[in-house]
Design a protein around this ligand. Structure first.
Ligand code: ATP
Ligand code: MG
Length: 416
C-alpha cells in the first residue's frame, strides 16, 4: 500500500468553483443522512496527472438517485435517472455530473451485462477496468480529500502502466481490450506485460460483445486526437481483425485520417473516420461489418455509397469530362461518401472533380423553374422535365449564365 495521500488542495485548485461548490453541497447532504460521497474514475486519474477533465463522477454509499432528486430540485437543473441501475445524471449549463450508488458486479457470462448488487466504495472500485481508473477521493467530513487507492493506481500512473484488476477482466468484458488500448495511446502509457498477455489470450472474447457495444468503442476511439495510433495498436494485438478480418490500422489509414482532420469539420469527423476505415474492404466484407456493428440504415447507406463510388472513380478521372457529367454521376451519392473518396482516391484527377462537385457543382441551379417554363408556353409533362435538365446541364457547363440566356435556350428547345 502506498502512503496516505490527501488531495483536498489539488481538488480546490483543479475544479472550477461551481463544480467544487456542487460536490461539497452533495457530500454534506449525503453525510447529513449517514451516506458517503466520493469522486471516482477518470477525474481522479486526471487530477493526479494534472490533465483537464470536466466530467464529474460521484459514487454514493447510500442512495444516489434519491440524493440526485434532492439536488436537482434545489438547483432546478435537468435530471435523468436510471433507478434500476442506481444512477443519475445532472445537467448543468456547462458540465454534467454523474452520480451512482456504490455497487458490486458479478459477471454470469462473458460479454453479458453483469448482475449488480449494492456495495461499498471498495466493491465499486473493484468492478472497474484498470487500476488508474479505480481510485476515489473521499468527500466526507472525517477524511475529506483522502485518496482511496486499493489497486495501486497511483503507482501505475507513476510507472505509466495500464493494468487490469483481476485475471478474468477481459473475459468478463472484452470492451476493455479497446479501452486499454485507447488509454495507452492517449496517455502515452504502456499496457503492463501481464495485462498484455491476458489481453492477447482473450482476443476471441471480442466475439462476445454486441454490435452496439463494439460500435460505441469505435466511436470513443474516433473522439480521440489520433485514432490511427489506437487502430494500429489494436491491429498489432489482433483485436481489429477480430471485428472484421480485413480491417487495418496501417500507415495508409493514418495518412487518410490526417487528411480528414485537415478539412476541419469536427461534426463530420467521426463518420469520415468510419468510412475511411471501411474503404479498403470488399463489398461483402463491408456488409459483414455493417451487420456486425449493427450500423443504422442511414450510416450503412453512406458506407455502401462510399464503396460503390470507389468502383466508379475511373469515369471521373477521364480527361475532358464535362461538369454536367460530373454532376449527374455524383448527385445521388451521399456527400460523406463523396468526401471520403475525395480524401482516399489515388487518382488526382478524380479527387479534384470530387472536390469540384462538393464545393461548387452541387449548388448550381437554373434560374428558371418549371412554372417559368409553363409561362413560356411549355406544357406540363416529361418534355418539361427534359427541358429543365438541358438547361441545368448548360448552366453547369457554363453555356448559359443569365436568366435571359436561359430563356433563349428554353425557347429554342420548344421549337425542336
Ligand atoms: P474518459 O476520460 O475516457 O472519459 P473515464 O475514466 O472517465 O475516461 P468513462 O468511459 O467515462 O471513462 O467511464 C468512467 C469510469 O467507469 C471509468 O473511469 C472506469 O472506472 C469505469 N468504467 C467504464 N467502462 C468500464 C468497463 N467497461 N469496465 C469497467 N469499468 C468501466
Ligand atoms: Mg469520462
Amino acid at each position: 500500500m502506498g502512503q496516505q495521500l490527501n488531495l483536498a488542495l489539488q481538488i480546490e485548485r483543479y475544479l472550477p468553483q461551481q463544480s467544487l461548490e456542487l460536490i461539497n453541497a452533495i457530500s454534506s447532504k449525503a453525510n447529513q443522512c449517514g451516506q458517503m460521497a466520493y469522486l471516482v474514475g477518470g477525474i481522479v486519474r486526471d487530477i493526479l496527472l494534472g490533465y483537464p477533465n470536466f466530467d464529474l463522477d460521484l459514487v454514493i454509499e447510500g442512495d444516489a438517485v434519491n440524493l440526485a432528486h434532492q439536488i436537482a430540485k434545489a438547483d432546478r437543473v435537468k435530471l435523468i435517472t436510471h433507478p434500476r441501475f442506481g444512477t443519475a445524471k445532472l445537467r448543468y449549463n456547462n458540465f454534467t455530473l454523474d452520480m451512482a450508488t456504490a455497487r458490486g458486479e458479478l459477471y454470469a457470462k462473458p460479454g453479458a451485462l453483469p448482475v449488480v448488487t449494492p456495495g461499498t466504495i471498495n466493491d465499486d472500485l473493484l468492478r472497474r477496468d484498470f487500476s488508474i481508473n479505480a481510485m476515489a477521493i473521499s468527500l466526507n467530513n472525517n477524511n475529506y480529500g483522502e485518496l482511496i487507492d486499493p489497486h495501486q493506481g497511483r503507482s501505475d500512473l507513476e510507472h505509466r502502466f495500464i493494468r487490469i484488476l483481476h485475471p478474468n477482466s477481459f473475459r468478463d468484458d472484452a470492451t476493455r481490450i479497446f479501452r486499454a488500448t485507447r488509454y495507452e495511446q492517449r496517455l502515452g502509457f504502456e499496457i503492463e506485460p501481464q495485462t498484455v498477455r491476458l489481453l492477447k489470450h482473450n482476443i476471441p472474447m471480442v466475439d462476445t460483445i454486441s454490435g452496439d457495444r463494439i460500435r460505441h468503442e469505435l466511436e470513443l476511439i474516433f473522439r480521440e486526437n489520433y485514432p490511427e495510433y489506437i487502430l494500429r495498436r489494436l491491429s498489432k494485438l489482433g483485436a481489429l481483425q477480430r471485428i472484421n478480418t480485413s480491417l487495418k490500422g496501417n500507415g495508409w489509414i493514418a495518412e487518410q485520417f490526417e487528411k480528414a482532420r485537415l478539412l476541419n469539420k469536427p461534426g463530420l469527423l467521426s463518420s469520415l473516420y468510419l468510412s475511411l476505415l471501411i474503404y479498403p474492404l470488399r463489398t461483402e466484407e463491408n456488409e459483414h461489418f455493417i451487420h456486425r456493428l449493427n450500423i443504422s440504415t442511414k450510416l450503412a447507406q453512406v458506407l455502401r455509397d462510399t464503396l460503390h463510388l470507389k468502383s466508379q472513380l475511373h469515369f471521373l478521372a477521364q480527361p475532358f469530362i464535362k461538369h454536367s457529367e460530373i454532376y449527374y454521376l455524383l448527385y445521388e451519392y451521399s456527400p460523406l461518401a463523396i468526401q471520403t473518396n475525395a480524401i482516399a482516391s489515388e487518382s488526382q484527377a478524380a479527387c479534384s472533380n470530387l472536390e469540384l462537385f462538393l464545393s461548387k457543382l452541387r449548388y448550381i441551379k437554373t434560374t428558371l423553374n418549371g412554372e417559368d417554363l409553363l409561362k413560356l408556353g411549355f406544357s406540363a409533362g416529361p418534355e418539361l422535365g427534359k427541358a429543365l435538365q438541358i438547361l441545368h446541364k448548360a448552366k453547369l457547363n457554363g453555356l448559359v449564365k443569365t436568366r435571359a440566356e436561359e430563356e433563349k435556350l428554353a425557347l429554342s428547345l420548344q421549337h425542336l
